[in-house]
Design a protein around this ligand. Structure first.
Ligand SMILES: [Zn+2]
Length: 433
């Protein structure tokens, strides 16, 4: 988990923001199935209804994986891992180019093209301007698959996007007709927004203008509905004892809402409250388009249907001692639900099995199992190797100093090898951040 958090933090730093958004997925949960108080929205109901499933956009596909790095404080450079030819390169064919200035086609000013997602075989999309102080408007930008031919598809005034690309809560979505990206209106961290962009016309709107609550946090999508978390929690008054305060749980209620972007309808989906203990007892997460619910005390894991609210039990035999602390779902691979450092569960049979470990990666003084960067069905892109090196940095006073860090390398591995702990990697190059 440490590695995951450090990645997210690094990305946030790269994006230039100061505070990580609260992670609602980690926060607990319980079964109060379907207390549907459907609430008709007025302003968003006008959209046509393609009713296609919402599809998350990722930082890569079976052909390429896109990364970028800071060149200077203001410039970023793209690097692309070619997953077919197994090399990582700067997407630039200018002869003799040092790839360090805006004359390089792979170099962008920050805020112009912060992170690209694969829209289709020919097109990338970037939701730019993640809360940089020098700009207020945000742009949706399309590019060719080689990171070139940048064109602005839409401009959304006084807004910023959340588009880090780490999980289902930080990626944009499409239904084939519209693009969707969560973010904020009126400044970073201010008013929660879900922007819908019509690529044909460039028109955009904030679908949360008619939301039933303020401060909603985006969690992901289930079929053709978005899920948002409303948090009404009270934290205990500080006692002065930092350790004791940190361990004292908040009280109150978390509500997970389903939002249909086509009809504008809001529906309370799940509620977790300290009144019945479910706030602490339950964990929920959206993974690969499914809503999983874990009862830490009962050792049960279920998947909840967004339409009927019905919870289908996967197992009630999961060892409860594994469900404490920083327990979290990692993903689904070949019908198995994977957890960080805990046994995996088969989604159909409910079988619980220790996943044989791959060799540990060592990063920043601690060991971790490979993380999944891209899940391509039969193949995964993971961090497969780290090499220590000493990096020289020029301090603000011009004095150089060194830090010991690691180069991280990405590799492809079959899901079968991954599940069996067989480190049969095909390296594709260095991970760039
Ligand atoms: Zn170049």
């Amino acid at each position: 988990m440490k590695r995951v958090f450090s990645l997210a933090l690094a990305a946030l730093l790269l994006a230039g923001c100061t505070a990580a958004p609260a992670d609602g997925n980690e926060r607990s949960t319980a079964v109060t199935a379907e207390t549907s108080t459907a609430q008709e929205a007025e302003t968003t109901a006008a959209a046509p209804s393609p009713a296609a499933a919402l599809r998350p956009l990722w930082l890569g596909d079976e052909k390429q994986y896109y990364m970028n790095e800071m060149v200077t404080g203001e410039l970023i450079r793209y690097q692309v891992a070619d997953l077919i030819n197994h090399v990582t390169e700067v997407p630039c064919d200018v002869e003799g180019c040092a790839h360090d200035s805006e004359s390089c086609p792979a170099v962008f000013r920050r805020g112009e093209c912060d992170r690209v997602f694969v829209l289709d075989d020919d097109t990338l999309v970037a939701f730019t301007n993640n809360q940089f102080s020098e700009t207020e408007d945000s742009q949706v930008v399309l590019l060719d698959r080689n990171c070139q031919n940048r064109r602005v598809a839409a401009t959304i005034p006084n807004s910023s996007f959340l588009s880090l690309g780490y999980d289902v809560a930080s990626v944009p979505y499409t239904d084939g007709q519209y693009l969707y990206c969560s973010g904020w209106q009126d400044g970073y961290g201010n008013q929660a927004a879900m922007f819908r962009v019509d690529l044909e016309t460039g028109e955009s709107s904030n679908l949360l203008e008619s939301a039933p609550a303020q401060g909603l946090q985006f969690l992901g999508a289930l079929d053709n509905q978005f899920v948002f978390s409303e948090s009404d929690l009270t934290y205990p008054e500080p006692t002065g004892d930092l350790m004791a305060d940190a361990l004292t749980a908040p009280t109150g209620t978390i509500t997970h809402w389903l939002f249909d972007p086509y009809t504008g309808e809001w529906k309370a989906f799940q509620t977790y409250t300290s009144d019945d203990g479910s706030l602490d007892r339950m964990y929920s997460a959206i993974v690969d388009g499914q809503y999983y619910q874990v009862d830490r005390e009962a050792g049960s894991i279920s998947v909840v249907d967004p339409v009927t609210g019905e919870a289908k039990l996967i197992t009630d035999q999961y060892p409860t001692d594994q469900l404490q602390g920083s327990f979290a779902i990692q993903g689904t691979v070949q019908g198995w639900l994977l957890f960080y450092e805990s046994p995996m569960v088969h989604l159909e049979t409910g079988e619980i099995r220790e996943k044989p470990n791959l060799p540990d990666n060592y990063w920043n003084g601690s060991a971790h199992q490979p993380n999944i960067y891209l899940n391509l069905g039969d193949i995964l892109l993971v961090d497969c190797r780290y090499e220590p090196y000493t990096r020289t940095i020029i301090g603000t006073d011009g004095t150089p100093y060194t830090v010991d860090v690691e180069h991280e390398y990405l590799g492809l591995i079959s899901t079968e090898d991954f599940l069996n702990g067989v480190p049969n990697y095909t390296e594709v190059g260095e991970y760039i951040i």
